[in-house]
Design a protein around this ligand. Structure first.
Ligand code: 2NE
Length: 275
């Protein structure tokens, strides 16, 4: 695909091509660890992808390899700017805005695919976790470090991880802070497939194109249905929001609005009470 660069960011790259948006975390000297600015830029790009009706799939990846030859998807929060109450932005305000980004990715009504080469560690691991699908390169390495570096993610990072790999494995991942290979990640259902690193983006584009050939509304409703199972009232709100969207698209719903605007009683008798 021929990627078109979109906007000018400092910490990320943002491209679009043929129904696909690509967000690349671009701090390879830090193994793509994020600071509040990185998250704000990612959030901005995701919002753009959401609002662009030509986009159906977003690829999330990390720039690399770095000059030392190593790859990273994301190594989590940038520990060098960690303050007392979170990660410090340019104004010195401590933030954990990655948590907002996690929810944004989950509730994005489009498919988000993580393309992981090298390290997906700590908060970076949780980022791939909340994506709908993960394609890993053979050199991908997964793990949580929180209890070793004085942090933890007890939200999606714990409970959603346990939904994916099971309670025992999730507790092992967090309590022992080990690193896992792409093959091990595939074995535990943490990723969808593993490909050679040179094939990673092309495979992501192949998966995206396959998805783009399918019904946008069906995919949208399925994503919110999968979320509803885990996300409580917020998940139900998403699913129900899609029901409202579909209802608005019906003649039956339009009749209610039209009757109000024409100051007449609505004629709902023309519509069946379906079995
Ligand atoms: C990722 C890993 C295992 C890579 O190891 P290696 O040996 O390949 O690279 P190295 O030398 O450690 O890192 C290369 C450069 O990147 C920086 C390093 O400091 C180093 O910089 P220089 O010495 O060359 O100047 N770097 C890497 N990760 C960084 C980070 N997260 N923050 C700042 N600088 C980083 C290895 O680097 C590693 O273990 N990194 C730390 C992973 C980690 O603990 N992340 C934070 C978890 S907590 C979190 O993300 C979080 C949360 O738990 C809850 C809410 C929000 C965030």
């Amino acid at each position: 695909v021929l990627w078109q660069p979109i906007d000018c960011y400092s910490d990320i790259l943002y491209h679009k091509a043929a129904g696909i948006a690509k967000i690349t975390i671009n701090r390879p000297h830090k193994r793509n660890a994020f600071r509040p600015q990185t998250i704000a830029e990612m959030s901005h790009a995701f919002e753009d992808a959401r609002n662009d009706p030509s986009i159906g799939v977003v690829l999330l990846t990390g720039a690399g390899p770095h000059t030392d030859g190593k790859y990273a998807f994301c190594a989590g929060g940038d520990q060098s700017i960690r303050g007392e109450a979170g990660y410090l932005d340019a104004q010195g305000v401590a933030r954990l805005n990655v948590l907002d980004l996690q929810r944004q990715i989950r509730s994005l009504p489009k498919v988000v695919i993580a393309l992981v080469a090298g390290y997906a560690i700590g908060g970076g691991h949780v980022l791939h976790l909340v994506c709908d699908l993960t394609i890993a390169a053979e050199n991908a390495i997964f793990g949580q470090t929180g209890p070793r570096v004085g942090s933890f993610d007890g939200g999606f990072g714990a409970s959603y991880l346990a939904r994916i790999v099971g309670q025992k494995k999730a507790r092992e991942i967090w309590f022992l802070c080990r690193q896992y290979t792409a093959a091990q990640a595939l074995e535990m259902g943490l990723v969808n497939t593993v490909v050679p690193v040179a094939e990673l983006e092309a495979e992501g584009v192949r998966w995206a194109k396959e998805i783009l050939g399918h019904s946008p509304l069906a995919i949208r409703c399925l994503k919110s249905a999968f979320n509803a199972d885990c996300d409580g009232q917020a998940g139900l709100q998403e699913l129900a929001g899609n029901a409202t969207l579909l209802y608005y698209l019906s003649q039956e719903s339009a009749e209610g609005k039209q009757a109000f605007l024409e100051k007449r009683p609505p004629n709902f008798q023309q519509f069946p009470w379906r079995p």
